[in-house]
Each structure stands twice: as C-alpha cells, then as structure tokens.
Design a binder for this molecule. Structure first.
Ligand SMILES: [Zn+2]
Length: 54
C-alpha cells in the first residue's frame, strides 16, 4: 500500500525535502559541488520541496 501511494506521484523519482530551507541547502550544495544552478519549488503532489533546473 505504501508503494502504491508513492508510485502514484509523478515526482516519485525526485529528491524531496521537508522544508524550503533544506531544499535550498541542497541546491547550494549542488552549485558548489557540481556547478549546477538549481531552484526550489513546493510540490503540489506531495507537499514537499523539490529542486528544479533554472
Ligand atoms: Zn512532489
């Protein structure tokens, strides 16, 4: 049942963060580590925060 719930979300394969701060922290880390500029957004499917390319 858990698996069914999780797989029902289109964002299932994305990293998810509980807070905006956590997502921004990960985005900052990715920028330093990989030089990748990422933005954050609150997901309408899971109500968590994801990273997105900008
Ligand atoms: Zn989501």
């Amino acid at each position: 049942m858990m698996a069914e719930l999780q797989s029902s979300k289109p964002c299932d394969d994305k990293l998810a963060f509980d807070t905006k701060e956590a997502a921004e922290g990960a985005a900052t880390y990715a920028k330093f580590k990989h030089g990748t500029k990422l933005g954050v957004y609150k997901c309408g499917h899971c109500s968590l925060w994801h990273l997105t390319s900008v």
